[in-house]
Design a binder for this molecule. Sequence first.
Ligand SMILES: Nc1ncnc2c1ncn2[C@@H]1O[C@H](COP(=O)(O)OP(=O)(O)OP(=O)(O)O)[C@@H](O)[C@H]1O
Length: 238
Amino acid sequence: MLQAELLIEANDIHAWYGSSHVLQGIDFTISRGETVGLLGRNGMGKSTLIRTLLGHIKQRDGHISVRGKDMSKAKPHEVARMGIAYVPEGRGIFPNLSVRENLIMAARPSLDGRNDWPYERILETFPRLQERIGNMGNQLSGGEQQMLSIGRALMTHPDLIILDEATEGLAPLIVEEIWRVIDTIRASGIATLIVDRNYHKVLANSDRAIVLQKGQVVLTGKAETVVQSEELAGYLGV
Ligand SMILES: Nc1ncnc2c1ncn2[C@@H]1O[C@H](COP(=O)(O)OP(=O)(O)OP(=O)(O)O)[C@@H](O)[C@H]1O
């Protein structure tokens, strides 16, 4: 069987905040179309790993390649241009632009010219955004902002979408809606990297899982295997 193309291959990743050595030698891969769940208690390094892969953390070491190209020293916009979209915890939408403008200004085809997530498909996927199309970013509820942020990511036609705590602080119905959208994204063949407090949901919606503890990988494998691991509860503090 042909091995799926690796979108990201990272080896021996280290990261520091000042003198604090937060990531201590992490190996990480994600293949085209794959969904990976990233788990671990608060402060174990999940966001830092994501931000390191994206080029946001300057004090880093190790090797990162994106689509086979060395990106170990790349800047965030260079990583983004390689088809890696990031939906940050803080959502990152433009508060003074309308929903429509927020979406339209994000639009670009994929590196290989794919254009299968046009504006219309985004509105079909997020009926709530359609209803709010003329509202400014800062007039949206938290859940609507989150949907807009995911919609903006989709409009860049990424090969990988990274969702960091996408359901954090949202009402249960909206959370369900976000998981439905994640399912739609997966089904469309886009790889996803998911961080979420609800580890049951993460594991049920991932192909593979990686569990971090104190900046190191302590458990990894197929999601259905990880979910049965006796060590999982201890690592997650549940
Ligand atoms: N900007 C920063 N400056 C200094 N230390 C930081 C900074 N951001 C995170 N840290 C520290 O780095 C460690 C890893 O944090 P990180 O945010 O990556 O964890 P996490 O697993 O994503 O947890 P959480 O769910 O709380 O976001 C923690 O000890 C945290 O206190």
